[in-house]
Design a protein around this ligand. Sequence first.
Ligand code: DX5
Ligand code: ZN
Length: 215
Amino acid sequence: MAIKVSASLLSADFSCLTSELKRIDSSGADWIHYDVMDGFFVPNISFGEPVLRSINDKLTRPCDVHLMITEPIRYVDHYAELGADYITVHYESTDDLDTLIDRIHELGCKAGIALKPATPVSVIERFISKIELILIMTVEPGFGGQGIILETLDKVAKAREMADSSEREIFVQVDGGINDKTADMVKTSGADVLVSGSYIFHADDMAKAVSILKS
Ligand code: DX5
Ligand code: ZN
């Protein structure tokens, strides 16, 4: 299985985003992961539309937007207009996931569903025929730099089974605490897109860190 790395911009140096984007570009990371947090759905505020607007013409990789916000239906159009390729929404953030996924597709984007550590994978079953990505949060969403919650690995394996039995191409993404020590276990469990923030951004050599995650 080809492994992709999605570089989480949350760990970038915001004082020089242009050079951080160049660093991502030359690192071999496959996607750019854009974490939107609103201070309600998660206890932290990150960045939103204005930052993406100012960098979207400099992105050389698919943009993977992870919405950790309440009422995501109010914002998906904006992220699609700003060039998102994937828009991933939390199962826990809406009562009407069907409408939300349909809207993401109408906007021409691929749709993902994210699950917090305590949410079972079984809730995705009825949406599996219409999503392109399952995001298993391997930490509580809200902050970079946390340690992986090992109990989430079983969920990664269940998500992989579900993705494979769908006979459609569905990525199984993991997010949180991914580094040189944890990459093997998430890959063995079935993940094929590894989000990484602090590990790759704080490495002396980002390209080497990315290649360690992929190998
Ligand atoms: C956490 C975010 C992650 C975060 C991962 O809520 O969704 O994308 O940036 O950071 P690391 O790789 O440092 O755990
Ligand atoms: Zn994320």
